[in-house]
Design a protein around this ligand. Structure first.
Ligand SMILES: [Zn+2]
Length: 216
């Protein structure tokens, strides 16, 4: 399934009226956070494709032109700590980044993120029973510990995501947060056991296929 994955940067080539011509074959948009809500809403409206997203640490509230206060992008589906099935692809997410200050926005300690993983586990076990696999795509904002990390605390990865990949073996972990200023020149794809870890800061056009079903 062709997916447009986005995070962290508003890309002029995408926030453009000819986006439909360039990305008309996209079946869904996957957002890994730190993007203005109007950008996600624009893509949903223009591409007529669903958008599944997790929040980044800078995603708080947004005041739109009408004066309304938005706490989430309209018409988009949050997959934070849950999962959805879209055209045969199981998509779940864990937003936020490692806690580095007390500003508003989703930030978590390592223990808090580990708890979020365990809270998500019952649904993943149900997926395994129903579909023969736990999850195909895990959307995160922060990277896993030691993979595509930045060097400062704010851009450190979560150890909990390594455990997630060890236990639930998603085919892909797609993250943002580590963008141009924080070493995006490094590799943007790294294999970790059965999972391909992909940094989507900016945007990527990816052809994603479901993980193979595992007979229990
Ligand atoms: Zn971020």
């Amino acid at each position: 399934m062709m997916c447009l994955t986005i995070s962290d940067e508003v890309v002029p080539a995408i926030y453009s009226l000819n986006v439909k011509q360039r990305f008309g074959n996209v079946e869904c948009v996957l957002s890994c956070g730190d993007l203005p809500y109007y950008y996600l809403e624009f893509l949903v409206t223009t591409l007529c494709s669903p958008c599944y997203y997790v929040a980044g640490n800078h995603d708080t509230v947004e005041i739109c032109d009408s004066g309304d206060i938005l706490t989430a992008p309209r018409g988009c589906v949050s997959v934070d700590a849950t999962s959805v099935l879209h055209n045969g692809l199981l998509i779940g997410g864990l937003g936020g980044c490692v806690r580095y200050n007390w500003e508003p926005g989703p930030q978590y300690t390592e223990i808090e993120m580990m708890i979020r993983v365990w809270r998500m586990a019952p649904q993943l076990f149900v997926n395994h029973l129903r579909y023969g696999r736990y999850l195909d795509v895990l959307l995160t904002h922060a990277p896993p510990l030691g993979i595509h990390n930045g060097s400062d605390r704010a851009h450190r990865g979560f150890r909990a995501f390594l455990l997630f990949m060890d236990l639930f073996m998603p085919r892909y972990l797609i993250h943002g947060h580590v963008h141009r200023s924080y070493g995006i020149r490094k590799s943007r794809e790294t294999r970790y056991h059965k999972t391909l870890v992909i940094n989507t800061a900016g945007y990527r056009l990816l052809s994603l296929v479901p993980a193979k079903a595992v007979v229990p």
